[in-house]
Ligand binder design. Structure first.
Ligand SMILES: NC(=O)c1ccc[n+]([C@@H]2O[C@H](COP(=O)([O-])OP(=O)(O)OC[C@H]3O[C@@H](n4cnc5c(N)ncnc54)[C@H](O)[C@@H]3O)[C@@H](O)[C@H]2O)c1
Length: 372
């Protein structure tokens, strides 16, 4: 009888399971649109030929070795049972062959509205399984339900997260891994804006913006990279992708909006540094720097949108209507329109498909920002 203390040492059953599931997925749901779901149930039925049983082990590496050996021996189990941990059900997803992101498990933070909601929609249409994660769970659930209705049950799941809270971020990633078996694409999109010049900006607001736009990207990457590393270790064909939704304000300073611009500039420093650290795990890290999404709620909300706020604050000289403010901003864009989630989603698809680039910040601004 072996000592199963290693499970407790790894932080308990679920954390141990979260370290095993991506290996099961990488080895036994290879290449296809497979998923792996964890249940803390006891042993699989004796004599079940479709199940693989791994007896008591002294540690995670021993579990990995047993899984790898079974895979080399040609095992294709529909369930894997690991003594002291539980069962991992391996399932094939409905065939979405031909779609760009078929079989990828994607996480979009701030996916309940705005760019995140549009990105989630585009990723689902491209064949991905999409986790819509947001502080606003009720709205995230509506988005996930709409994606399921459009693309089939099981396409999307809503999960609650506060990206600025480490416990919440760790629990989110663990929840995704236990439910789907891994993670292939993180779109770190949740962000906040508190504009204001030096005289107006409070330390509290500055720190809030920095925590959500900058620090949270570190937290998301720290935890999302874990299952990606395990997948890459056990499947040489797999790459992981981390994409930060940055901003054109991460490429050029923004007047009386320094808390936002500073955090976004910093985000590009993190992207470049994470790209260098994670390249050996075949995880690419890139930023997308969109122009303004004028049709989205941040700008167009009839009560608290930026157009209304800027009109009231007299920020645009001579503007008498919301339309005047809109025209003023659109005139700054060579392509004479705002950025859309579909524009951003094309850049995300490029990041995923391009396997020879990492650490980049890609502007999607209709020509408003050009790289130097
Ligand atoms: N809207 C634009 O014009 C624009 C332009 C360039 C870049 N961006 C960037 O795009 C991203 C999305 O912006 P948007 O305009 O769609 O925002 P939005 O305000 O419309 O939506 C943001 C979403 O994030 C969620 N959220 C906020 N704080 C969170 C937290 N702590 N944890 C989890 N979820 C949280 C909100 O509930 C909301 O659903 C941001 O990173 C933003 O900086 C936006």
């Amino acid at each position: 009888m072996k000592n199963l203390d290693w499970i407790e040492q790894r932080g308990g059953l679920e954390r141990a399971a979260a370290a095993i599931a991506p290996a099961v997925r990488a080895l036994f749901a290879k290449g296809g649109a497979g998923r792996v779901a964890f249940t803390a149930q006891e042993a699989v039925a004796a004599g079940d030929a479709s199940a693989l049983g791994i007896g008591e082990t002294a540690g995670l590496e021993e579990v990995y070795a047993a899984l790898q050996k079974a895979a080399q021996d040609g095992a294709r189990p529909r369930a894997v049972h690991v003594a002291g941990v539980g069962a991992f059900a391996v399932s094939a997803q409905a065939d979405k062959a031909g779609t760009r992101l078929a079989g990828r498990i994607a996480l979009v933070t701030g996916g309940a509205q705005g760019f995140g909601e549009g990105i989630a929609r585009e990723l689902a249409a491209a064949g991905a399984t999409v986790v819509v994660a947001d502080l606003n769970l009720a709205l995230a659930e509506q988005v996930a339900a709409a994606l399921d209705a459009a693309h089939g049950a099981g396409t999307a799941a809503a999960m609650k997260v506060d990206v600025g809270d480490e416990t919440s971020v760790e629990a989110l990633v663990r929840g995704i891994v236990l439910r789907f078996g891994g993670l292939d694409l993180l779109v770190s999109n949740a962000g906040v804006l508190r504009a204001g010049g030096l005289e107006e900006m409070t330390l509290k607001d500055f720190e809030f913006v920095t925590r959500i736009n900058y620090t949270a990207f570190f937290l998301m990457t720290k935890y999302a990279a874990r299952p990606m590393k395990i997948q890459a270790r056990f499947d040489p064909d797999r790459t992981g992708d981390i994409v930060q939704i940055n901003s054109k304000s991460g490429l050029e300073g923004s007047n009386k909006n320094f808390a936002y611009a500073g955090g976004k500039f910093g985000g590009i420093g993190l992207v470049q540094s994470f790209a260098k650290e994670l390249v050996e795990h075949r995880i690419k890290v890139n930023a997308i720097c969109p122009g303004n999404y004028y049709e989205g709620p941040l700008w167009s909300d009839p009560v608290k949108g930026l157009f209304v706020q800027y009109l009231k604050a007299g920020k645009v000289p001579g503007a008498k209507t919301v339309q005047d403010v809109y025209d003023f901003y659109v005139a700054k864009v060579p392509m004479r329109r705002g950025c859309s989630p579909a524009d951003v989603a094309k850049a995300i698809a490029y990041c995923v498909e391009q396997t020879y680039e990492t650490g980049q910040a890609i502007p999607v601004t209709g020509g408003q920002n050009m790289l130097k």
